[in-house]
Design a protein around this ligand. Structure first.
Ligand SMILES: C[S@@+](CC[C@H](N)C(=O)[O-])C[C@H]1O[C@@H](n2cnc3c(N)ncnc32)[C@H](O)[C@@H]1O
Length: 198
């Protein structure tokens, strides 16, 4: 059951839409992060770059066999040994990651249809305390190249509601111009920030 109704454009068009370094810098995906799970890796657009900077393993999940093939080939081409590519439907079966095992959950371009509450719940479950959930969402600009076919681009307010419903703290919202925005949530009460390890 796909959570995304994006008719993804071809790989080159899609990858041209993002400044990956900027996305990672703004959403705090960096070398201090060890274990990462990516819900819906697609072409591996963010998977490969994430694997190159984190200090642990990225677990890249997708239900689409073609996306699994493309990402697996990219992993091979880049000779990366810290990527686990997993074919799985995370709406039907969850991510399958262990409780409290991840430092970072990537919800990049997968929050635009249904079951977001369940996604946030599973994301929180697998995160260690003070772990991050990074979110990237289309801003709905109809001029976006590649004819995205989203039924809706959820608002930052809606995203905060989903996150708050499972007890996550909001950390930041940023523009990822021209076509996307990002948000960062933390597992933990940011009023007790001084206890934080990462
Ligand atoms: C719009 S793409 C985004 C890919 C990647 N996160 C990015 O930003 O480049 C959404 C991806 O999520 C995958 N996906 C959608 N629903 C899924 C589900 N229920 N389980 C696993 N993967 C899913 C799709 O196959 C697609 O590759």
């Amino acid at each position: 059951m796909a959570v995304s109704n994006i008719g993804m454009p071809d790989q080159a068009t899609w990858e041209n839409l993002f400044d990956i370094k900027k996305v990672f810098a703004t959403l705090k995906l960096n070398g201090r992060i060890q274990e990462v799970v990516e819900f819906g890796c697609g072409y591996g657009t963010f998977t490969i770059s994430a694997a190159e900077i984190i200090s642990g393993t990225i677990h890249a999940i997708d239900s689409d066999p073609e996306m699994i093939r493309v990402t697996s080939e990219a992993v091979k081409k880049h000779q990366l040994e810290n990527v686990e590519v997993i074919q799985r439907d995370f709406v039907l079966s969850g991510s399958g990651m262990k409780n409290l095992s991840m430092d970072y959950v990537m919800l990049f371009n997968v929050l635009n249809a249904e079951n977001q509450n369940a996604l946030f719940k599973d994301a929180k479950r697998v995160l260690k305390k003070w772990g991050y959930i990074g979110v990237v969402i289309w801003n709905g600009d109809p001029e976006t190249p590649g004819a995205l076919e989203m039924e809706a681009a959820p608002s930052p307010e809606q995203c905060r509601i989903w996150a708050r419903a499972v007890g996550l703290s909001f950390e930041l919202k940023c523009e990822l111009k021209p076509y996307f925005y990002g948000m960062l949530f933390v597992k933990g009460n940011t009023l007790k920030w001084k206890d934080r390890q990462i």
